[in-house]
Design a protein around this ligand. Structure first.
Ligand code: BGC
Length: 919
């Protein structure tokens, strides 16, 4: 059932379809059969399969780099001389890994290229490939500097030389996200191809494009501006404490098409092909509820290929002001042979055409409206290259949905809007409406009633599933203490679930198990399974790459495979897709996310969810919402208008919930409009549940904070989180002992929290637990096809995690370890005098010094086998005791060895305890 060949094929196809060809003069690409290729750039030797941080930690069986793929291709003759020059230089300039979590360099030192080498190569080879690569990731953004968003001097020198001597030069950009592109004009390479970060099949997918097996059909999901400072968010991005979203709804092409067309180098939606397409026979229909557009696409070139048709709207400026283009939908054709045609259709509900009035200027405060005027629609192959296909007119402003204000800013600021100038729209600023309702009043007036405690009636969760008792009756059996334990997840690398995974939740204790509550397991995400004990998993193309393919069906199929892989590893929930809007090209985690556009983001998410849902597992859509910068992400407050929140930052999530059936959501690390999202009532209750009818559960990000309005955030503030329906806190070391020392139970003494609110979160969580495979696993009800997966030996089996250990009669073996500081690699040996069994506890004293929420894994090896990884965070600067459990037996009298390896962790002492009492 887990057909690895098919998995690899789909991933390869996704990479190929995600590649975006920006330039291809004189048909530089594809490389002809037998073509002689000289490949430049040190990064060809260190292909980035993904970015860094939690989203990059997939242990793969292999990674095919572009170079590997080229070298394995019979149809291409590689220039060996150039290869050897690099190989030699690399001996002295090995790959610099940095020191772990967010300290990796975002680029590698480039080899200074000699003119001789290039000159020679140009005589021998007809085409040059130049690879330029960047990575970036969690906890550290890119910067608008050389080696990050900009090219380094050595890279420029390389481009200059290669373009001087070769008439055909194709630049391959192995990046997570767009970078500065000024060099295209400067050096004029004849072809430019974004290949993104393609996961383990990356090189193969790119090869298919280079050789013409697949005609490029990827399209930009972001606008490439001429200069970083042209992006409307540039000025405020990267602030320490407060980030004012003054550009409002004018992000990406919404901004450029409205105010600054001349600043665009490559427009949103742009991407070339090896063939040509004609769009005709266009049919436009508006029935008052939705638009339906059909377009006949004909391949009128010489190669087979696919095309993406995009539909944009131009709404009347009205009183609100609108971007002059807004994407309403897209459709990709199947592969069309030369001369072949296909008619694609795009539909869009009027709700997605509407604008949100947060000021009342239309006369309809807090409503989605279609303002009176003409709505024009444009279809084409990018935002610029789209022609008018139809229109409708609204005579009198129409209210589409009436809501109440929510999530409004409390800080006054001016926001961008388009003012009609003499000829064109000009940027102007107007005051943003601020909150004018009493949030506390809103919260307390809608508190859920307490379900009276009944004591344990012997009902199990399965009785709720089978309709024997109601959820209320079930929850009524639990004390407030029991519920408090239920609302805390454990991790990372909990031994109660698949080893090395991110988190465990649900029936984590003996008592909770007695209620028949299963233990759910989740792990990162988004582009493959992260299992920190070294278990091998499939690494998928990154979010930007998948979105650039605009191929929903392909993503669905690919994530169906991931769904099976989740089942195989007994992981119920992936921590992904990441769906934050690419507000600024420097965001370190853009590689995990999809686009500057919420429709692309929402649709791609739905496709991934559909795929996983086929196997009854799901994805966690994250980070809800507006985590648009990594720098000081647990502090920086996003000040955003309600309109921008609704039209941009919520929209993709809304689509995922309403159309994709999402039922697992992760809140963010930071606050918006003064409230941490994990404790944001308007976000998690008012909008998510009341407006959208969401019935799944919400988890916090790992060790994230919550706050009461006006107070600093802290992770102890669970009362405000539970009250807002952030249903579970991720993560605690020990949920029963309340190891985070949260304020949940204490808050019941005040008006901060009620038992009813705790019961409400418990019900949300339990409802989710009933849907995921954890429930079937507990009941032994898994279908045979999934059961079979556990035993298949296909090279994707989890490693042997539990090694047998023996301990002394005393049960306590102190082992003083020397402090080793950063890069520790230490350990001890001990002789086992007695035989013991069951579970033993290993307790370490450790501390770190890094970014507050950095995840720093320490690997514990037992007799040379990795048995556990323990994650410390950057907040653990004081000596901290970490314990974990190991199961098993070991022969008496043998010597065992423990070793600890970590970067940035200092070890104090280590104690082993025998025979834990753990069920
Ligand atoms: C990230 C999340 C991730 C979690 C668990 C956090 O650092 O922000 O996206 O899912 O860790 O690894």
């Amino acid at each position: 059932m887990l057909d690895m060949e098919r998995y690899a094929c789909l991933a390869r196809q996704a990479v190929a379809e995600g590649c975006v060809l920006l330039k291809n003069d004189e048909n530089t690409l594809p490389i002809r059969k037998g073509g002689k290729v000289a490949s430049f750039g040190r990064s060809q030797f260190n292909y980035y399969k993904s970015g860094t941080g939690s989203g990059g930690k997939v242990n793969t069986a292999y990674v095919v780099s572009v170079l590997d793929a080229l070298q394995g291709c019979k149809d291409i003759v590689m220039n060996e001389t150039v290869f050897t020059v690099y190989e030699k230089w690399l001996e002295e300039h090995p790959f610099d890994e940095g020191k772990g979590w967010a300290t990796e360099p975002w680029c590698q030192e480039e080899m200074p290229l000699s003119e001789e080498v290039v000159k020679e190569a140009a005589l021998e080879s007809e085409i040059a490939l130049v690879t330029i690569a960047r990575t970036a990731g969690e906890a550290r953004d890119n910067s608008a500097t050389e080696g990050s968003f900009l090219l380094t001097k050595e890279e420029e020198q390389m481009l200059e030389l290669v373009c001087r001597y070769f008439t055909k030069t194709a630049v391959l950009l192995n990046t997570g996200n767009i970078i500065d592109m000024k060099w295209v004009e400067k050096y004029n390479p004849s072809a430019v191809l974004y290949i993104w970060q393609g996961g383990q099949e990356g090189g193969n997918g790119v090869l298919d494009v280079l050789t013409g097996k697949v005609s490029p059909c990827g399209k930009l999901t972001d606008t490439i501006a001429k200069d970083y400072l042209d992006y409307p968010s540039a000025e405020k991005f990267g602030n320490d404490d407060q980030n004012i979203y003054a550009e409002d709804i004018y992000i990406g092409y919404r901004y450029f098409e409205t105010f600054a067309k001349e600043k665009v180098l490559y427009p949103f939606g742009y991407g070339l092909s090896y063939t040509k397409f004609a769009l005709d026979d266009i049919d436009f229909m508006w029935d008052g509820e939705r638009i339906l557009v059909s377009v006949k696409v004909t391949n009128c070139g010489n190669a087979a290929g696919k095309e993406v048709v995009q539909l944009y709207m131009e709404a009347p400026q009205g009183a609100l002001g609108k971007p002059v283009r807004v994407l309403c939908g897209f459709a990709k054709t199947r592969e069309l042979l030369p001369g072949e045609s296909e008619t694609v259709t795009i539909t869009c509900d009027r709700y997605y055409l509407a604008s949100y009035d947060d000021s009342g200027v239309t006369g309809h405060l807090s409503a989605y409206v279609l303002e009176a005027g003409e709505y024009h629609f444009y279809a084409g192959t990018d935002v610029r290259n789209a022609s008018r296909v139809g229109m409708f007119e609204i005579e009198k402003t129409l209210v589409i949905e009436q809501h109440t204000a929510a999530l409004s800013p409390t800080v006054a600021f001016d926001r961008l809007y388009p003012q009609m100038g003499k000829e064109a729209l000009a940027p102007s600023y107007q005051p943003t409406p601020t909150r004018n309702y009493d949030l506390w009043e809103r919260i307390v007036s809608a508190r859920p009633a307490e379900i009276p405690y009944t004591g344990d009636k012997g009902y199990k969760l399965v009785d709720v599933r089978n309709g024997k008792v109601s959820m209320q009756e079930f929850v009524a059996q639990m004390t407030k203490e029991e519920i408090s334990v239920l609302l805390r997840g454990e991790g990372m690398c909990s031994l109660k679930v698949t080893p090395g995974t991110g988190g465990a939740f649900g029936g984590l204790t003996k008592r909770l198990k007695e209620f028949g509550i299963p233990v759910g397991c989740c792990t990162d995400g988004p582009s493959g399974l992260r299992m920190d004990v070294g278990t091998i998993a499939f690494s998928l193309p990154n979010g930007t790459c998948l979105a650039s393919s605009y191929n929903e069906a392909l993503s669905e199929e690919l994530f169906e495979m991931l769904g099976i892989e989740l089942r195989k590893n007994k992981v119920d929930i992936l921590l992904g897709p990441g769906m934050n809007i690419h507000r600024n090209p420097l965001n370190g985690r853009n590689f995990e996310y999809f686009s500057e556009d919420p429709i692309v983001t929402g649709k791609m998410t739905c496709a991934q969810l559909r795929g996983m849902h086929k196997h009854h597992v799901t994805g966690t859509i994250k980070h809800f919402i507006a985590q648009n910068q990594e720098h000081r992400r647990t502090f920086v407050n996003g000040v955003i208008s309600e309109r921008a929140i609704r039209e941009l930052y919520l929209k993709g999530f809304e689509i995922a919930v309403k159309e994709g059936g999402a039922y697992s959501i992760m809140s963010t690390y930071g606050p918006i409009n003064g409230l941490y999202t994990a404790s944001n009532y308007d976000l998690l209750t008012h909008i998510l549940r009341k407006e959208w009818g969401y019935e799944g559960f919400v988890m916090s990000d790992w060790w994230s904070k919550g706050n009461e309005e006006g107070c600093e955030g802290c992770k102890q503030e669970m009362a405000a989180m539970v009250r807002s329906q952030n249903d579970i806190y991720m993560v605690a070391n020990n949920s029963e002992k309340n190891s985070n020392n949260d304020n949940m139970l204490a808050a019941l003494e005040s008006d901060k929290l009620t038992i009813g609110e705790m019961q409400r979160c418990a019900s949300n969580l339990l409802r989710t637990l009933m849907r995921i495979p954890a429930m079937e696993r507990l009941l032994g009800e898994e279908e045979e096809c999934y059961r079979e997966l556990y035993s298949i030996d296909d090279g994707y089996e989890p490693l042997e995690h539990y090694t047998y250990i023996d301990l002394t009669q005393t049960g306590v073996i102190p082992a003083e370890l020397i402090s080793t500081g950063a890069g520790c690699n230490t350990g001890f040996e001990l002789e086992l005098p007695d035989s013991l069994n069951r579970i033993v506890e290993l307790t370490l004293r450790a501390r770190t010094a890094a970014d507050q929420v950095a995840q720093i894994p320490m690997f514990v090896y037992y007799n040379g086998v990795m048995v556990q990884s323990i994650i410390l965070t950057g907040a653990d600067t004081e000596w901290k005791t970490v314990s974990f459990l190991m199961q098993g037996l070991h022969k008496v009298g043998t010597t065992v060895e423990f070793r600890f390896a970590a970067d940035g962790i200092e070890l104090g002492s280590c104690i082993l305890k025998k025979e834990m009492d753990y069920e």
